[in-house]
Design a protein around this ligand. Sequence first.
Ligand code: ARG
Ligand code: ZN
Length: 880
Amino acid sequence: ATIYRKDYTVPSYLVETVELGFDLDPDRTIVANRITMQHNPASPSRSIVLHGEELELVELRLNGRALAPTEYKIEGSVLTIPRAPAQVVLEIETLCTPVQNTSLSGLYVSNGSFYTQCEAEGFRRITYFPDRPDVMARYTVMLRADKARYPVLLSNGNLIESGELDDGRHYAKWEDPFKKPSYLFALVAARLVCQEEHYTLKSGREVLLQVWVEEGNLDKTDYAMQSLKNSIRWDEERFGLELDLDRFMIVAVGDFNMGAMENKGLNIFNTKFVLANPRVATDIDYAGIEAVVGHEYFHNWTGNRVTCRDWFQLSLKEGLTVFRDQEFSADMIGTDSGRAVTRIDQVRTLRQAQFPEDAGPMAHPVRPDSFVEINNFYTVTVYEKGAEVVRMYQTLLGRDGFRKGMDLYFARHDGQAVECDDFRAAMADANGRDLRQFERWYSQAGTPVVSARTRYDAVKRNFDIILSQRCPATAGQPDKLPFHIPVAVGLLDANGKDLPLLLEGGDHPKGATTVVLELTEQEQIFRFRNVDERPVPSILRDFSAPVVLEYDYTDDELLHLYRHDSDAVNRWEAGQRLAMERLLKLTAQVSAHGDAAALKLDSTFIEAQRALLVDEALDPAFRELALILPSETIIAEQMEVVDPQAIHTARQFMRRTIGAALKTELLAQYHANQTPGAYSPDALSAGKRALKNLCLSYLLVAPDAAQLQLAQQQFDHASNMTDRAAALVALIHSGSDAASYLDAFYQDFANEALVVDKWFAMQAAAPATNVAAVRKLMQHPAFTLKNPNRARSLIFNFTNGNPAQFHAADGSAYAFWAELVIELDAINPQVAARLARSMDRWRRYAPALQEKMKQALEQVAARSKLSNDVQEVVSKALAN
Ligand code: ARG
Ligand code: ZN
């Protein structure tokens, strides 16, 4: 059933305290729950509404009296007690079976230990409760379990008591001093060890920080701990927000649906975002750990202290917290060029995943109006586009203005469950700004297109930029109203220097070289005065809004920007535009002729790439990004009818041609960007490795013996996983036989689950891996669908990371997809629904492929026992 945002009603009862008692047993856990609640004067209803799923109800007592089955009713997952008194104490005893919980929502067992995941609606799988985020309560938790098997017992807040029980059992009692919604509840009962540290806050208060992992992983916790300390410091300095608890714990678990979870004081993480040492983790893994540790920590204020009124407001906490973790990562690098590199990465993510979502059947506003299954809305739109929306406030109001808005937001709403509109109101009120039109970023789906024209009047020395906007129709939203779009602009002179800008009607500081144009109407003219020559406009600097920019750049203008733009994002963007033009032409030629025989790449582009590659004034990290061609997925998004094999062939041709033409420079940069000595994940070293390994990958597109040897040597002698994995990927993609290297890699790391994931992932995405090869890999003893990381590593990296093979003409991979969605759905609906999304763009393919994709979708849709999760995704794909 579809749930609508407009149907929101306040809770009928408010909960003051929750006392939970757990007798933990994998087969039969007893949960005793004592809730004190009070009728909510704002609600006309006198019915107590509780949620519960997969629970066996043993007893239900109201104010001390056991209720007969006639005194309440259970319909689906809702338990209703009608005509309840104003003051209520409910005592509820239930049973559940954690060992059978493969959905990893609620209380489950991973590698023999207990963990929980309650967001969004997992708490109802632990006990009956008004499981909605606007019901905030104080929790006390008593955990009892076998001491030998579960020596560590953790929950939210502070440990107030622990001790021994009979029969080898022990207990721990935890109390969370802050009221919280049920989705932030957590417990862990496990055999774990921790790295811990006492840390002094700026205020002088001392807190205990812990990172808990399984035995044998204590050599991989340093970076998470360091990232946690950096996060705490950063939130104090940038936003004046202090850790409010005496104790803050991170626990790593190998079976986890998402990245991590911000449970109050007890963050639970996918091992992927905790465990790292140079031997097993890549630079990208290190960056992911920093970002996710930051993200979950920052939720303590943006999410936990101020939470969401309902799940439609999810981006209130997620968009804001992603923005915060992005700013944190950028500040940790600390240089302007490093910041720009993080920004370019964000743009790539948007184009790779969010723009396609916004253009597909699951398109939804940042604040959705309806959903069937909330778990399907933990999306790149809610997270990444949501972060862009938050970033636009900062672009419009300035850093100080944004900070004022944040301060007012907390002053008004600390301890409350609120809406996206409340955040916008705080930003507007703190700055005396009218942000009513800005609301459309929350309510309208689809990626706006900003179209620019320019004209230069040499006599009057005026340069006009005419901006217009439109937004494509999305499901349920045929017509859109204009957005409030900040468009940052600079003008380059013939030497590539930024002109000081004089915007008519603008109030920017004298001599500014970038100004933010506020596009609020369908079309607007912006006039720059005192412009002595026709400039080259650099539009949408720093990607100031999540839009598609159309402007008829000539190649010469793009080359000018690519050489000179002081805005690194637009400098990179110019290169991407030059590359995309060519990729689309080449793809069309391959489509027409069926092969790459007649393809040519112009020397202009090659020379531009050569110049950039060897420009040592530029960060290696930037040069790497500039030399990566737009991905096959991003190319596909530009095409009306997608031909995946032609895209692959064209892109490979371009890579091969660049590799051959720039061979000398690539080799020189390969050697110039080595990082000898002890491994460090810092941005400069990581950037050097990234550039070096990109050079390697170009050299290995069509390698000669010497080039192969380069990769083989790097593989054999690498002192860290970044270099080792990059060498292996280059070998796999070179077309030479990489089997012995794959075997060696597996032998070395068979006991490191996260590295085995990489091993599957790189094979899944290899050009030679077809569906038969994936099926064969599924027979490998290390493969299992039950572990989300493992399932994603092989299956998702094939369906999403290997488009030319996934879209094989015979449709065999679509049949495979259908099979897997169905099989996974019985194990873990959330993971299955993510896989189901691989078909989102099916309508963009040639009719023959479309027909086969549709069949596969219909085959899944026809199943009788589908989860809500998968059902929603496939039915929307077929409908829109
Ligand atoms: N709030 C978590 C985060 O972004 C994500 C948890 C989502 N879990 C889920 N099952 N939908 O950090
Ligand atoms: Zn989050």
